[in-house]
Design a protein around this ligand. Structure first.
Ligand code: NAD
Ligand code: UGA
Length: 435
């Protein structure tokens, strides 16, 4: 199969590299020349474990290439995937489909033969209909089908998620397009990955429903964590105690500083907007977005409280800036809201993140960046663990404490226990562990 992937970001680049690894010939197109130049030189524009080697292997095999020229890349393609961004539209929270429709018009201007066009971007219900209208209007004589094929990979685990998905969702009722999608995903079907063939609109909604459900699960356990603190219970045991029930499931029950990232925050908002447009309000998801927003600020207050009444002018060592480990993505990271509330309270910040500091730098005026966790803690009054990178899981706590003014630890990811932190001299606070 010859595949064109439009957008070489987290999803487009990972999907393109994995499809080429299945044996397809893939051209990734991006309008950002810096990204394409970097990729042509073997440099990854994002941090994603395993990606560099996968890209190098498939480039060497002649199956994967990169370009800024959409027109030449789509010529002769069997399928064209749209994997451009769909951020929140400024001001109203709807998904901003500017990039999707711009890519659609560029596709329409360049295709000449039958082709399946696939929306891999997360797009609101009805977007596929609009994409189809645009292309049919501009290319009335070319056979096309527009398929929805949402992506469920997680950053930091993207290649494994793509190659061993819990399911593949394909939204089209057209037999030819179903056949093309079967051929594209053949290696996964052979591995018996479940596939859901459905209508395009249903497929589009499945993606938002999945993300909103996961965001709800996290927010639920975060509220249980608050209750645990108040009543003297342990949220990790509650998670285990409920998660062992197969009907609930053990995943996405880790209490923390609130969900962040490039998708849950924007996708829950976009779902609310769709629901509003169709007069079917979704009060649960609405509450989830509000609770999660206020939680991030509450985590800032938790750190301030741990510093005591005379917190002004004190220094916090903040460990972990990205919204989760194993990514350099800073979009909607809880650290951003936490840092803002610390700065508002007159607190100095020394931060360290293994991969996120380059991107975080311009977003964090006034923050001092350290070379590692120990450097960050040097002279600090508290250390706040915000993202659970592996490198923070086995810190030499006595060494960390030794460089600090007053060893206080606020562990927002429940990496350590009160006992082990206490042994190293820390006054320790975590999330939802009242016992
Ligand atoms: P991203 O911002 O990392 O990448 C998008 C890329 O598209 C950018 O490099 C941009 O330059 C490029 N682009 C935009 N318009 C273009 C055009 N007309 N021609 C060529 N290139 C163009 O975005 P992302 O995180 O990869 O997300 C893409 C979509 O996938 C979004 O809808 C997102 O919700 C969805 N998604 C993301 C993830 C994730 O983990 N990041 C997971 C599942 C789904
Ligand atoms: C999420 C979904 O998990 C993917 O299935 C989906 O494809 C993707 O969004 C998307 O649509 O972009 P991602 O945002 O990469 O993936 O990362 P997650 O692992 O889901 O984490 C999201 C946020 O939730 C992080 O801030 C993380 O710290 C938080 N989280 C996650 C918790 O606080 N507790 C948990 O138990 C799990």
């Amino acid at each position: 199969m010859k595949i064109t992937m439009i957008g070489a970001g987290y999803v487009g680049l990972v999907s393109g590299a994995c499809f080429s690894d299945f044996g397809h010939v893939v051209t990734c197109v991006d309008k950002d020349p810096a990204k394409i130049t970097a990729l042509e030189n073997g440099k990854m524009p994002i941090f994603e474990p395993g990606l560099e080697a996968l890209v190098a292997k498939n480039v060497a095999a002649g199956r994967l290439s990169f370009t800024t020229e959409l027109a030449s890349a789509v010529a002769g393609a069997d399928a064209i995937f749209i994997a451009v961004g769909t951020p929140s539209r400024r001001g109203d929270g709807h998904a901003d489909l500017t990039y999707v429709y711009a890519a659609t018009r560029e596709i329409a201007a360049s295709i000449s033969g039958p082709v399946v066009i696939v929306t891999k971007s997360t797009v609101p219900v009805g977007t596929g209909d609009r994409v189809e209208d645009i292309i049919r209007e501009l290319c009335p004589d070319i056979r096309i089908e527009v398929v929805s094929n949402p992506e469920f990979l997680r950053e930091g685990a993207a290649i494994g998620d793509f190659k061993r998905p819990d399911r593949i969702v394909v939204g089209t009722e057209d037999e030819w397009a179903q056949g093309v999608m079967r051929d594209i995903y053949r290696p996964l079907f052979l591995n018996e990955a479940p596939v859901v063939f459905t209508s395009r609109r249903t497929s589009e909604l499945i993606k938002y429903a999945a993300n909103a459900f996961l965001a709800t699960k996290i927010t639920f356990i975060n509220e249980i964590a608050d209750l645990c603190e108040a009543v003297g219970a342990n949220v990790q045991d509650v998670s285990r105690g409920i998660g062992l029930d197969n009907r609930i499931g053990s995943k996405f029950l880790h209490a923390g500083p609130g969900y962040g990232g490039s998708c849950f925050p924007k996708d829950t908002l976009a779902l609310l907007k769709t629901a509003e447009d169709f007069n079917t309000p979704m009060r649960i998801v609405e509450a989830v977005t509000q609770v999660n927003d206020s939680r991030k600020r509450a985590m800032g207050r938790k750190i301030i409280q741990a510093l005591g009444d005379d917190h002004r002018g004190k220094t916090v060592a903040l460990l972990g800036l990205t919204f989760k480990p194993n990514t350099d993505d800073m979009r909607d990271a809880p650290s951003l809201a936490i840092i803002q509330s610390l700065k508002d309270a007159g607190i100095q910040i020394r931060a360290f993140d293994p991969e996120g500091m380059e991107i975080a730098g311009p977003l964090m005026e006034g923050v001092t960046f350290a070379t590692d966790a120990y450097d960050a803690a040097q002279g600090a009054d508290a250390v706040a663990l915000v993202t659970e990178w592996d490198v923070f899981r086995a810190l030499d706590l006595p060494r960390l404490a030794a460089g600090m003014n007053a060893p206080v630890m606020v562990d927002l990811r429940n990496i350590y226990s009160a006992q082990e932190a206490g042994r190293a001299g820390f006054t320790y606070t975590s999330v939802g562990r009242g016992t």
